[in-house]
Design a protein around this ligand. Structure first.
Ligand SMILES: NC(=O)c1ccc[n+]([C@@H]2O[C@H](COP(=O)([O-])OP(=O)(O)OC[C@H]3O[C@@H](n4cnc5c(N)ncnc54)[C@H](O)[C@@H]3O)[C@@H](O)[C@H]2O)c1
Ligand SMILES: [Zn+2]
Length: 332
C-alpha cells in the first residue's frame, strides 16, 4: 500500500509493506553513494540487509539515545559524508527510531544545503509521528529540537516486521500518538483500539494514523494553524516530560497522560483511559504538579499569560482554545 504525502514539488510516497526493508532497491535508486545511518540499539541485521542492496553503501552507527541528537554526533556524521565524497546526487537513509531519523534527516538537510533523504522508521513512534512532517532537528544546551530544518524525505518505508524486535515499552509508547490521531481526526482508529483483537489491526491503525497526520501536514506544512491540532495531549504532556525526567517517562506516555486533561466530557476521558490502560500506558503519575506547572510555563509556546490548547469534545474532532496558565494550574 502506498500513501502519497501531497506537498507539490516536495511530494513523496510512504510505502507500507511487511518485508520491504529487503526490497528498498525496487523503489529507490540505490546505485549511488548511500549513507545508512542507524544506532547501536537497532538490530544490526537491518542495516546489513539494506547495505547488501547498495553497491556503494556505508553504515554509520551512532550510540543510541537522545544524546545522539547533538552537535558532536552531527559533526561526525557530516564529516563521514565529506570524507566519503558524498555529493548532491547521493543519498542518506535514516534506519532507526526518531533519534536516528532526526539526526540523519538534519544532516541530509544541511550537507551541501540539502541532499536526498529516505526514512525507514523502526519504532512505532517514528513510524506514526516522524515519517510525516519533514521536521528534522538536534538538541542544544538541553533544549530539545532547537536547531533544525524542514526537509521532506524522497520516500518513507513502513515495514511492520521490524517492530517485532522493538521492546514492549517502546512499542506502546509510540501507539499513544496513534490514539491521539484517533481522537482528533479518525474515529475508526479508536474503534480499532477498542476491539478485543486490536493487535491484529496494528497495520491498519498505523496506516490510518499516518494518513490522518498527512492530511493535516498537507494543509499546513510549516505549522501555521491546522498543525496545532497535533499538539493534543502535548501541552501538559511536555510539562510532565520535562518535570518527570527523574521518573523517566517516555514521550508517548506523557502525551497519553496529557490528553486526559482535555476531553470535553467524562465519558470520553474514560474511553481514552481504558485504551491507554489496555496498551500498557500510564493513566496517572506521581510527578510533582508544581514541577509540571513550572516546566510548562517555561515552554516556548504561548504569550506568557495564556497558551493555545487542543480540546476534544467528540471522537474525531477538536477545537483550539486559548487557556490561561492559571486555569491550567487549576486543571492539574
Ligand atoms: N521529527 C519529528 O517529527 C519527530 C516526531 C516525534 C518524535 N521525534 C523525535 O523522536 C525521538 C524519539 O524517537 P523514538 O521514540 O523512536 O526513540 P529512539 O529513536 O531513541 O528509539 C528507541 C529505542 O529503540 C531502539 N530501536 C529502534 N528500532 C528498534 C527495533 N526495530 N528493534 C529494537 N530496538 C529498536 C533504539 O536503538 C532506541 O534505543 C525524540 O528525539 C523526538 O524528539 C521527532
Ligand atoms: Zn508527540
Amino acid at each position: 500500500m502506498v500513501l502519497t504525502v501531497k506537498l507539490g514539488a516536495r511530494s513523496y510516497p510512504i510505502t507500507f509493506e511487511r518485508g520491504v526493508l529487503g526490497r528498498i532497491g525496487e523503489h529507490v535508486n540505490l546505485d549511488r553513494k548511500v549513507m545508512i545511518v542507524t544506532d547501536d540499539g537497532v538490530p544490526a541485521q537491518y542495516a546489513q540487509q539494506l547495505l547488501a542492496q547498495c553497491p556503494q553503501g556505508f553504515v554509520h552507527t551512532v550510540h543510541m539515545g537522545e544524546g545522539a541528537k547533538s552537535f558532536p554526533v552531527f559533526e561526525a556524521l557530516c564529516t563521514a559524508l565529506l570524507e566519503h565524497g558524498f555529493t548532491r546526487r547521493d543519498l542518506v537513509i535514516g534506519l532507526g527510531g526518531g533519534v536516528v531519523g532526526d539526526l540523519s534527516g538534519f544532516a541530509a538537510a544541511s550537507f551541501m544545503r540539502g541532499i536526498d533523504f529516505v526514512g525507514i522508521p523502526t519504532t512505532t513512534l517514528s513510524q506514526i509521528d516522524s515519517s510525516v512532517g519533514g521536521k528534522m532537528a538536534i538538541n542544544l544546551a538541553g533544549v530539545k529540537n532547537i536547531i533544525g530544518a524542514f526537509h521532506q524525505p524522497r520516500a518513507v518505508f513502513i515495514d511492520g516486521d521490524v517492530l517485532k524486535t522493538l521492546p514492549p515499552r517502546h512499542f506502546s509508547n509510540g501507539l499513544a500518538e496513534a490514539v491521539k490521531m484517533g481522537f482528533i481526526a479518525d474515529p475508526e482508529i479508536i474503534r480499532l483500539f477498542e476491539a478485543d483483537d486490536w493487535r491484529s489491526h496494528l497495520d491498519e491503525i498505523i496506516y490510518r494514523a499516518i494518513a490522518a497526520k498527512a492530511r493535516v501536514v498537507e494543509i499546513d506544512e510549516t505549522e501555521q494553524n491546522e498543525r496545532k491540532s497535533l499538539n493534543f495531549g502535548h501541552t501538559i504532556g511536555h510539562g510532565i516530560e520535562s518535570a518527570g525526567q527523574l521518573s523517566d517517562l517516555y514521550h508517548g506516555e506523557c502525551v497519553g497522560l496529557g490528553m486526559l486533561y482535555f476531553f470535553g466530557d467524562e465519558a470520553l476521558r474514560a474511553r481514552c483511559e481504558r485504551i491507554l490502560d489496555k496498551l500498557g500506558l500510564p493513566t496517572h503519575t506521581e510527578v510533582d504538579k508544581d514541577a509540571v506547572y513550572a516546566a510548562l510555563t517555561h515552554d516556548k509556546k504561548g504569550d506568557g499569560t495564556a497558551v493555545s490548547v487542543v480540546k476534544v469534545d467528540e471522537v474525531g474532532g477538536y477545537r483550539l482554545e486559548k487557556m490561561r496558565y492559571d486555569d491550567i494550574r487549576a486543571l492539574l
